[in-house]
Design a protein. Structure first.
Length: 342
């Protein structure tokens, strides 16, 4: 074999090896750079917690449906220096993005997601709460969206499953507070945050023996709707407990209004005859559900009632809502007469 032929053969082998190497690198890059193709899906906001490594990010992206499995993403991250530069924050990602695009997004300083603020007062029903969220300045939600989102949110395990027909399952579970809400959040995430806040509050109080979390919420809602003055809440709680212990109907006007589905200041005599599980003039014991959202003070009062022998109370100052409390029916009648100028 001549020297020229040997040189040409050597060059040919080098060229073939180079092409194979380039092709292999291209194949690996394609394999590591692109997730499996699938139908287009809606973008998802992903929150990366501080200190979460590439492997944890892969698990998070897999759970949220951004990638299909973690192996290929972890393999790509192993050969990409950017995997050690992933920043905490909230990112908008699309299922089907390439691994390279995902890493580019996750290593770029995220823009602060725009938010809106909503204040939910104590004593609102579910319908009123959803309306308050929808009407908040810069809120992207409608009442219909929020109402529909309730179907996708699980209630806490301590909520009874045998509520009466027509009961609002989420009544009392949407904690009244001020919330900073991401405008890109899903409606069910907003609802879930309010429920989580209720659970946080309940975890911070100790229920009296024999009183469940749900019963505590029910009593808290009654106290919330009856007491305008916070300092009277423990006394009203004591009246509720004392009446329950003596098998007396609670006779709380707010439950009648809830049964009627109306919001007004006065209860008429004929209203007391409404046939409803929530009418505590007609039914013994607590109503089957809360009648509104209860604030932390009302829930605490339900857990820590004042020690009294009171069985009755009546408003004696309409301007402030102040009550007079009494242990006997005659005292109650006397207080009522004085309040009416008799």
């Amino acid at each position: 074999m001549t020297k020229g032929k040997a040189t040409r053969r050597f060059l040919t082998v080098l060229i073939v090896l180079a092409l194979l190497l380039v092709g292999s690198l291209a194949a690996v890059n394609a394999l590591l750079g692109e997730p499996p193709e699938g139908p287009a899906q809606q973008a998802v906001d992903i929150r990366i917690p501080k200190g979460l490594g590439a492997s944890g990010v892969a698990d998070l992206l897999d759970r949220e449906g951004i990638i299909d499995g973690t192996f290929m993403f972890n393999l790509r991250a192993r050969f990409d220096d950017r995997s050690s530069q992933i920043r905490a924050g909230t990112y908008r990602l699309n299922p089907g993005m390439s691994y390279d695009e995902i890493l580019t997004v996750l290593t770029t300083v995220p823009e602060e997601a725009p938010t809106f603020t909503v204040t939910i007062p104590e004593g609102l029903t579910v319908d009123q709460t959803l309306k308050r969220i929808a009407q908040a300045k810069r809120s992207p939600f409608t009442v219909r969206q929020l109402r529909r989102a309730l179907n996708g949110v699980a209630t806490p395990e301590w909520v009874p499953g045998n509520l009466p027909e027509g009961a609002e399952v989420f009544e009392g579970l949407l904690f009244p507070d001020t919330y900073e809400v991401r405008r890109r959040a899903r409606a069910r995430e907003v609802i879930a945050e309010l429920i989580a806040r209720t659970q946080d509050i309940l975890s911070g109080v100790e229920s009296p023996e024999g009183v469940s979390n749900y019963e505590l919420l029910i009593m808290g809602s009654l106290i919330e709707r009856e007491a305008r003055l916070r300092r009277e809440q423990p006394k009203i709680a004591s009246v509720i407990y004392n009446r329950l212990q003596q098998d007396m109907p609670l006779q709380i006007d707010a439950t009648v209004l809830y049964a009627l589905g109306e919001h007004r200041d006065r209860v008429l005599i004929e209203d007391l005859e409404v046939d409803s599980p929530w009418n505590t003039y007609q039914q013994q014991g607590l109503p089957p559900t809360p009648i509104s959202g209860a604030g932390q003070a009302a829930i605490t009062a339900a857990a820590q009632p004042a020690s009294t022998d009171f069985l009755y109370y009546v408003v004696v100052d309409p301007d402030t809502g102040r009550h007079a409390f009494s242990a006997s029916y005659q005292e109650f009648l006397d207080d009522k007469a004085r309040a009416q100028g008799g």
